[in-house]
Design a protein around this ligand. Structure first.
Ligand code: DAH
Length: 440
């Protein structure tokens, strides 16, 4: 959850002032709808293009295959996989109890359309809206569920979707990825009736001061929810891992205490898979304030959210996250719906590296994510990765210098040195113009 820890920087961004001319336009168009821009706008055209790719709707795409396998594990949940990525700051942050100064809101980490609107940074953005749609009978929203009749009042639902975060570039980070959200609620009276019948009227789960149960829940209620959540998630992961090539039946799981604004207690679930602890998801007991805000104060529940890419990379043996976005038919042709098969690498096109060294200006603080977006705008998916290879501060002048090594490589074709030199020249010019740095 990288963005839970990053710094707030309120530097004026000009990232969207690129060759597509969006800087002068006072509107940004996303999936056919126009939105006014303002000083918060930092979504680049390269990112906007991704909103239309629909990887989760290509039946033979590994991410879509994984999505369907997970949906199948939850036969009595409603499924959503077509919700618009443009959400309000209210949905993405406020509705979930994110504080005003939460680092996740920083412009350096989030793609804003304008001050009120952004590209969702997580599928949790839809939790309150969907719970509310169930309680108020919002048929327009309920009808967007693929199988809404199964769990009519959105008492249980899954949301699979593309999410957007400004981030570094490397083999496992991409500014767009996919998450699966799960929300499961119960009538409080029924839970208590069941607890009475089974004689489980006490606490059966450990809580700690740093990861407490909510004062609004009894220890027995919270224990019930935690046990149900962990059992459900264990079963889901077991079913998926068992389908992988050489799939394992039993697997060790560990639950790491975590903290999210909208759950308490909270955990991260990790699974030992092929010798590596893999962080599967964040999860926890939904804050009762959210249930009240959703118009279902008489219900209690749990939720999880996990990233599909890391699991898909492991299950399908995909070595680089950019391959999911490749247009190369040699990628797509390898997979088929319902099957987890191992990716057979096709020849990698040769990479080309270029270094750029520069002085940071005192007047314009340098933020690495700005460089990453600049690179994406200028070179798109030709950027394979970046590495900070040198940094120092001059003892006399106090000025700081950085040197980045940029690796260019195409997933689809050979690139020539001349082509990369031309792009590198554009990158250097854009760095001066947009980041205010002095090249060395
Ligand atoms: N939205 C969180 C993230 O992207 C993940 C998450 C944590 C989702 C806990 C949940 C949850 O539903 O209960 O970092």
């Amino acid at each position: 959850m990288g963005w839970l820890n990053s710094d707030i920087t309120a530097v004026g961004r000009r990232m969207y002032s690129n060759k597509a001319g969006e800087a002068t336009a006072d509107k940004l168009s996303v999936l056919g709808a126009a939105y006014p821009t303002d000083g918060w706008t930092n979504t680049t055209p390269v990112i906007l293009q991704k909103t239309g790719r629909g990887l989760l709707h290509q039946p033979s795409h590994p991410l879509a295959i994984l999505k369907e396998l997970i949906f199948q594990q939850f036969p009595d949940f409603a499924y959503y996989d077509s919700l618009n990525p443009v959400v309000t700051t209210q949905q993405n942050f406020d509705s979930l109890g994110f504080s005003e100064d939460h680092p996740g809101r920083a412009k350096s980490d989030t793609y804003y359309i304008n001050g009120d609107t952004l590209l969702r940074t997580h599928t949790s953005a839809h939790q309150l809206q969907l719970l509310k749609a169930g309680s108020s009978g919002d048929n327009v929203l309920l009808a967007q569920a693929r199988n809404g009749h199964v769990a009519p009042a959105n008492e249980r639902f899954l949301v699979a979707a593309d999410v957007y975060r400004r981030d570094e570039i490397d083999a496992s980070h991409y500014p767009v990825f996919h998450q699966m959200e799960g929300v499961c609620t119960f009538a409080r009276s029924e839970v208590n009736e069941q607890l009475r019948q089974t004689g489980k009227t006490g606490q059966t789960v450990e809580f700690s001061d740093s990861n407490p149960l909510q004062i609004e829940h009894t220890a027995a209620e919270a224990s019930y929810l935690v046990e149900d959540m962990k059992r459900t998630m264990n079963n889901m992961v077991a079913a998926i891992l068992a389908r992988a090539d050489g799939g394992q039946d039993g697997f060790p799981v560990r639950w790491i205490d975590a903290s999210f604004p909208f759950t308490s207690p909270s955990w991260e679930m990790e699974v030992l898979f092929r010798g590596e602890w893999l962080e599967i998801c964040g999860c926890g007991i939904t804050r009762q304030s959210m249930m009240r805000n959703a118009g279902v104060p008489q219900r209690i529940g749990w939720a999880f959210g996990f990233g599909l890419e890391r699991l898909a990379m492991l299950l399908f043996g995909v070595p680089d996250i950019r391959l999911f976005w490749s247009h190369d038919p040699r990628f797509a042709a390898q997979f088929s719906p319902g099957n987890i098969s191992t990716f057979k690498p096709f020849s990698r096109h040769p990479p080309c590296t270029k270094d750029v060294s520069f002085w940071v200006s005192h007047a314009a603080p340098f933020h690495e994510n700005d460089l990453m977006d600049l690179l994406r705008v200028t070179a798109g998916d030709l950027i394979e990765g970046t590495q900070l290879i040198d940094s120092f501060t001059h003892p006399a002048s106090g000025r700081t210098s950085h040197c980045y090594r940029i690796t260019y490589c195409s997933m689809d074709r050979n690139v020539t040195n001349e082509e990369i030199n031309a792009i590198q020249d554009q990158v250097r010019a854009a760095m001066v113009a947009q980041l205010g740095v002095t090249l060395r």
